[in-house]
Design a protein around this ligand. Structure first.
Ligand SMILES: *Cc1c(COP(=O)(O)O)cnc(C)c1O
Length: 372
């Protein structure tokens, strides 16, 4: 490995160094301001991010998990309600549902795109006979779920849609940003996300101002005005330092997403002839390649071989959430989901690497295929 730098599945430090002077300037501005929680930087970021998504309203919250929880609560999901979602996501998606006391209902994924299958959703909605209160698709790896079809199925059964956009800041369907298709959307600004802070952060977006007003109540003790709790709220606030950093990062998001797509295009070119299953994008969809997720039944062998050459890959996610002890649902069996979890391998693909790095990974994969 000598002479090689380690390639990482994500590199938040590179994301800081790329904009270091601007970020340090933003931090100094906040330090000198005397406002540290829910102040002018948060308000300015909320406005800028809502405008970036095409217009609407945004409320900054503490992290992506709470963004999902508060978005669901703001559109009316209550204890005991049933929420249709997927199993090949980070357990945080399910934790958000359970924090409300709501019940996750798992929907099978599409075998080629690995996001929620609208046909499977329709089947679940029909089988549940109107008991599904909300549908929570995940735009996994930065590639949009099929929102027109998912929304149509949800509307037909009286369910509301909340989008988990934690991996898909800036992804679009027919020119319209993900996050704007449902009644509300949740974003994470965890440092490794496409739009990442330098600490925890999250945001709820909605085109409906009333939804965001409810999030604003819920995120701070249910306060309508100071010291007057209108509803039973909690503490889930975004701080000024993270908001100021996010304002800087937001101005670079489109360029960085374009860079991720260029790196992905290079992987597609280099790996087209291999036995790996490469990500597919539907017509009209523009993804933001949070992860470049390939599939192979020989995942562990390839992962080990690449690691020996200084290439660290991610596995998002190795286990369906419904198989993990905290969320175990023994009656759930989704073969397409389970197979995806067994086969998926995320190659380094983020703005901290170069086309030459993609070539190095691709060469290593081609060599592995020839010699195994
Ligand atoms: C990161 C992530 C979350 C959780 O976000 P946090 O900010 O870590 O709480 C939820 N859903 C998905 C799909 C994610 O990738």
């Amino acid at each position: 490995m000598a002479g090689f730098s380690m390639l990482l599945p994500a590199d938040p430090k590179a994301g800081f160094l790329a904009h270091e002077a601007e970020i340090r300037g933003a931090i100094d501005r906040v330090l000198a301001s005397g406002h540290y929680i829910l102040g002018p930087e948060v308000a300015a970021f909320e406005q800028a991010f809502a405008a970036y998504l095409g217009g609407g309203h945004c409320a900054g919250v503490a992290d992506g998990t709470e963004a999902i929880e508060l978005a669901l609560r703001a559109v009316g999901v209550a204890p005991g309600d049933r929420v249709a979602t997927v199993g090949n996501t980070v357990s945080a998606t399910i934790a958000a549902v359970q924090q409300i006391g709501a019940v996750p209902v798992y929907v099978e994924i599409d075998p080629s795109t690995m996001v929620m299958c609208p046909v499977a959703l329709s089947r679940v909605l029909a089988a549940e006979g109107g008991r599904i209160k909300a549908v929570l698709p995940v735009h996994l790896y930065g590639y949009p779920a099929d929102m027109p079809a998912i929304s149509a199925a949800a509307v037909a059964h009286g369910a509301v849609v909340v989008e988990d956009c934690a991996q898909a800041h800036g992804a679009r369907i027919d020119g319209r940003a993900v996050g704007t298709w449902g009644a509300a959307a949740a974003f994470s600004f965890y440092p490794t996300k496409n739009l990442g802070a330098l600490g925890d952060g999250g945001g709820v977006f909605s085109r409906d101002q009333a939804v965001i007003e409810r999030v604003r109540l819920l995120r701070q003790y249910g306060w309508k005005t100071r010291y007057w709790s209108e509803v039973a709220g909690r503490n889930s606030r975004l701080d000024e330092l993270q908001a100021a950093i996010l304002r800087v990062k937001l101005t670079h998001l489109d360029a960085e997403n374009a860079r991720r797509r260029a790196l992905a295009a290079r992987y597609h070119e280099r790996l087209a002839g291999t036995a790996l299953r490469l990500p597919t994008t539907r017509v009209g969809h523009v993804g933001v390649v949070h992860q470049f997720a390939v599939r192979t039944p020989r995942r562990e062998a390839l992962k080990t071989c690449l690691l020996e050459q200084g290439i660290a890959c991610g596995v998002l996610y190795p286990f369906p959430v419904y198989k993990q002890p905290a969320y175990a649902a023994p009656s759930v069996a989704l073969p397409v989901t389970e197979r995806a979890c067994e086969e998926v391998l995320c190659l380094p693909c983020h703005p901290g690497i170069t086309g030459t790095d993609v070539d190095r990974v691709s060469d290593a994969i081609l060599h592995w295929e020839r010699s195994s």
